[in-house]
Design a protein around this ligand. Sequence first.
Ligand code: SF4
Length: 614
Amino acid sequence: MFGYGGKILRVNLTQKKIEKQGLDPDMAKEWIGGRGFIAKILYEEIPAGTDPLSPENKLVMATGPLSGTFWPSAAKIVFGAKSPLTGGYGDSNLGGLLMAELKYAGYDMIILEGASEEPLYLFIDDDQVELRDASQYWGQGALDLEKELKKELGESFHVATIGPAGENRVKYANINHEFGRQAGRCGMGAVMGSKRLKAIAIRGTGGIPLYDTSELIRVSKAALKHITSHPYFKRFRQYGTTDITDWCQGMGVLPTKNFAYGVYEKQASLAPEPMREKILVRDKACFACPLNCGNYTHSRKYGTFIDGPEYETIGMLGSNCLVEDIEDVQYLNYLCDDLGMDTIAAGGIIAFAMECVEKGVLPKNQLNGIDLSFGNVEAMKTILKKIAYREGNLGSLMAEGTRAMAQKLGQKSARYAMQVKGLEFSAYECRGAPAMLLSFMTSDIGAQHTRSWAIVQDMEMGRGNIEGRARLVKELQTLRPLMEMFGVCRFPWLEVKLDFGEYVKAFNAVTGFGYDKEKLFQISEKVWNLTRAFWVREVDDFGRKYDMPPERVYDPLPSGPAKGMHLTEEKVNRMLDEYYELRGWDSNGIPKEEKLRELGLAEIAVDLLRRGKI
Ligand code: SF4
């Protein structure tokens, strides 16, 4: 089979059993890879109603056919599981080098099931696959452990680790790789920790069979030429995602003070140029990537080195918490990375807690002596550690995520708990950006930006109206997730406008499947409907109310270029009506039987009918 390693590793941590299974060629043809594989495995193999932190949940790591090839930026692997943070479908991808090693070892996917009683790590050296004792590493920081394992096993091994937050099942714990690349969202690190799996170390020395090597060389060379000659190439290479910090401020969409504002008066100190001057050591790239958007930084103030902060971290741990010094943001980023927590969720929940303190919803006598006020960096350092170790009432409460915390605190705090489906907002204030808001509302993992980063088109379509947003979001949600099925990074397409048609050519050169865009879009839509079906199956009263945003979006923005902009409940519902209609779902957002059948998901339709869900 071209483009695939051809094998799946199934690792049962309860029984300490490792099986090598063949990859079904029909599965590759019908689900492509990455999140396509994950959606199928999670629906079919996890029993309905599974506790996400129980041994019955599965953690799936899936590459795509392009992962590890020489196509530019073929650098992604996706982790997926039932999310402990949201209770629904969860996945998160990371770059770096892991995907290439796994493919070169001959595996397309690892399915981790069960749970060990003692800490273990998974060792993969081509055919040699072992579960090894990790007792001596339990309790260690994610970054420290990566360094140690590479020292012990050799630099040619590439490693994924969890930190104390994952061990302690913090609901937004992440999986670290390459000293700062993370599968950050949906609590994949908590699922790994619940299985007592501390790390995965991989070395592969084989190759990937290609259907048409000369065609792949031809399209890759053409893609490289396009990428490197694009006018934005040099700047994106230098600044990476931090380059949009100024743009977000300029548009009034920079989350500030728990999304109460869209501009931060001290944003200049978080801007890309001062950041580069103050802390940049060098640029850093994932596997086969000419864009090298990573920023490897050093804070002299703290003595810490990390890959980052990226824009999302600057927005969430910087402006959203009123932290103005980029070195403080770098250090908070370092703490999150080493403790093993998502910086987006951490920034979101800390800002939410700070607002609760300000409003008296979180009384001072429940703060365990921490002065949790906006801009207090010392308090942020302390609370991050308490969350990771679930120390004290507050640490334990905040380890559960923003939605759970708001439910516990009550007093209308849900109004400004910035989450959808339990996942904290990425760093975009959306009152002047309705397509971005609709993207957050309808994303299949919760309020995450990568499924449809619609904010630029939002501005181009004219502010203050909602026309055309539903169609735009649906189209982006169909194209962009294909990147995570192919196993490639979306930035060449997004930032330097590499045409999607070139990806299709590369996909066909690698696999020989001969698919056109329409066929790929059909598969993507099928995956989207399957992940929606997973939510329908898993959440008892699932429907429109789970797509609704926090009510803060109905308050007019108080300042900045988007001053006065806001959504109304009527507009939000209108966008959802149009979106559901385009998707072929009913007015409550549930996929209709005929839509599921049309997409080749007849068995899913039967299953949901049998359960009385549709
Ligand atoms: S563009 Fe950035 S995130 Fe994407 S593969 Fe390259 S270095 Fe990694």
